[in-house]
Ligand binder design. Sequence first.
Ligand SMILES: CC(C)(COP(=O)(O)OP(=O)(O)OC[C@H]1O[C@@H](n2cnc3c(N)ncnc32)[C@H](O)[C@@H]1OP(=O)(O)O)[C@@H](O)C(=O)NCCC(=O)NCCS
Length: 186
Amino acid sequence: MNSQTEFINEIRLKDGRLLILREPQTADAGEIIEYLNTVGGESDNLLFGKDEFHLTVEQEIEYIAGMSRNSDAHMILAVINDTIVSVAQISSSSRPRIAHNSEIAISVKKEYWGGGIGAAVMGELIRHAKARGNIRSVSLGVRAGNAGAIKLYEKFGFEKVGVHKDYFHVNGTYYDEILMDVMLPS
Ligand SMILES: CC(C)(COP(=O)(O)OP(=O)(O)OC[C@H]1O[C@@H](n2cnc3c(N)ncnc32)[C@H](O)[C@@H]1OP(=O)(O)O)[C@@H](O)C(=O)NCCC(=O)NCCS
């Protein structure tokens, strides 16, 4: 990590390992692409599968740079021993009439599942949303049947608010997307 990195938080996981939460820098671009192409193949629950994340390093660098300029979006990396173990994002619209709503996306590398990383990252995203001051609702979409993720979201107060029928098409099967929201105290 260099001195330019915006450090957000560090958390001691239940197995004793130190989890660092920080904003991405352009130097992370290659590892983020590799990470996304790996996690895409580790579950059928994401919007993309193995090697289906097609940004080049240059495009990812531009994406990260755009993120750091965009006050409506916040991307965080969770890192253990200099390895990215989770990538997550919260974003909202710049349109004033809907700017108080936000949306979350989160993934954790499979070998690290069950260690408290998803909860740590979710906690940070919600903390960020609250700190923004104007955010009233946080939304996400989860593939029907992804019981572990749904349990994690319910722990943070998310409730099912709707369904996108047959939203996912994975290995020839259609799955609904469950839409979940949590309202933040005003
Ligand atoms: C869903 C995901 C983000 C959870 O991350 P994680 O680091 O494994 O979650 P944590 O270890 O922090 O678990 C937090 C809580 O979530 C729930 N949970 C997580 N995984 C679970 C599982 N497989 N079964 C049941 N509950 C689960 C539990 O309530 C858990 O709390 P507990 O350990 O005190 O029981 C991770 O499994 C993942 O990336 N999966 C693949 C991609 C995906 O589904 N992303 C979400 C798309 S919407």
